[in-house]
Design a protein around this ligand. Structure first.
Ligand SMILES: NC(=O)c1ccc[n+]([C@@H]2O[C@H](COP(=O)([O-])OP(=O)(O)OC[C@H]3O[C@@H](n4cnc5c(N)ncnc54)[C@H](O)[C@@H]3O)[C@@H](O)[C@H]2O)c1
Length: 369
């Protein structure tokens, strides 16, 4: 006797695809359950969603790890934003908040720094993999209409240098760091929840984000905050690694579009066609700040350092009509201006845990040359 998989019983993938593109953003009242909303990209997304969708209410579920910062949410309309401190691995806590209702989950919460994953992978496996599964289960139980997984181009590994190849949605998964491996595993779980249980899921895979409020252990804010203090800029290896840079708000607009119009079960690459070598990025920052390029200090390369990421965003451009608003020059200028205007934020972020981590990673104290 032929047995039916749960997905077929529930209408199956083909059945789900018959559902019209999600129009929840057109509703006067839409409730988004956002995880990791006190971090860099999550907080930018909350700002954008509240500004763009007048009826939008956000529950921001964040554990406030070293990377989570409630300062990132200052100035937003708090009457439409509720912060809940919680861990996405905590089934009970997630279930209790979702039981109050949510139209969609957007999962930003993650351990996100490659270097930290090389030092120890434990938290990456816990939050990025187990946490994603907890959210998927809770989404099904609560009848959430759409699940958006914010993923990364790093799941596709590294491209050869100086050739003309790009990551497409069909590129194979070849993650090279514990971070990217954990994000790849999370994506597989999202795919499985869609295929097996018929959960409406969409995935975005983006390149290197830059912009306001990025924790200063990451490459660009590290360079900016060091250079502004006339401190040296540590650059891994020969500095010729290529990354595909995108202004954070452009990434958030892409997530909003995918939430609204993305095809169920699909992944969308998000990139601004902006490949840069790390050394070029360092030089642009120093030039823009009027600082000497001699501040660049080459340090021992990261183990397994991916050489090149380059995203082909044709699918999101043609299917959803997404385009970045910022060029590299305008985005960088806005970023530099924000860091110049928010020295107190930087000083607070650079204190505590960050200093200890920095000394271990680069062999000097944060604040020393
Ligand atoms: N930064 C990038 O360039 C980039 C590029 C592509 C994709 N992404 C993805 O985007 C997402 C957000 O990245 P980001 O740069 O804003 O990261 P971030 O490190 O700045 O923020 C992560 C947030 O998640 C929270 N968090 C961590 N563990 C948690 C847990 N167990 N439960 C609840 N909250 C938890 C932290 O407190 C923090 O607020 C991540 O999923 C990352 O993989 C980032």
């Amino acid at each position: 006797m032929e047995t039916m998989s749960p997905a077929r019983e529930a209408g199956g993938r083909a059945g789900l695809n018959l559902i019209a593109p999600l129009s929840i953003l057109n509703n006067s009242m839409v409730k988004l359950f956002i995880t990791g909303g006190a971090g860099f990209i999550g907080s930018a997304f909350i700002r954008l969603a509240l500004a763009e969708i007048p009826g939008c209410h956000v529950v921001n579920f964040d554990a406030l790890t070293y990377a989570g910062n409630l300062d990132n949410l200052s100035g937003i309309d708090q009457s439409r934003h509720r912060f809940v401190r919680g861990d996405i691995c905590d089934r009970e806590a997630v279930g209790a908040v979702l039981a109050e209702g949510a139209d969609a989950i957007i999962n930003f919460a993650a351990e996100s720094h490659v270097d930290r994953s090389i030092a120890s992978a434990d938290e990456f496996l816990r939050t990025n993999i187990l946490g994603t599964q907890v959210l998927l289960d809770a989404a099904r139980a609560a009848g959430v209409r759409r699940f958006v997984q914010v993923s990364t181009d790093e799941v596709m590994g590294s491209l050869p240098e100086d050739d003309n190849t790009f990551f497409t949605e069909a590129s194979p998964f070849e993650p090279n760091s514990p971070y990217s491996a954990s994000k790849a595993a999370a994506e597989h779980l999202v795919r499985a929840a869609h295929h097996t249980f018929g959960l409406d899921t969409v995935v975005t895979r983006c390149g290197n984000n830059y912009g306001p409020r990025q924790f200063p252990e990451k490459f660009l804010p590290l360079m900016l905050s060091n250079a502004m203090r006339d401190e040296s800029i540590p650059l891994y290896g020969d500095g010729r690694n290529v990354r595909d840079w995108i202004y954070v708000e452009d990434h958030c607009r892409a997530i909003l579009m995918v939430l609204q119009k993305g095809r169920t079960g699909e992944a969308y690459n998000v990139g601004a066609r902006n490949e840069r070598r790390n050394i070029e990025v360092a030089q642009s920052v120093l030039t823009a700040l009027g600082k000497p390029h001699t501040l660049i200090r080459h340090v021992k390369d990261r183990p397994g350092h991916d050489r090149r990421y380059a995203i082909d965003p044709t699918k999101i451009e043609t299917e959803l009509g997404w385009r970045p608003h910022e060029t590299w020059e305008t985005g960088l200028q806005k970023t530099i201006q924000w860091y110049a205007d928010n020295d107190e934020w930087v000083a607070r972020a650079r204190s505590g845990d960050y200093r200890e981590y920095y000394a271990k990673q680069y062999g000097t104290e944060a604040g020393a040359n």
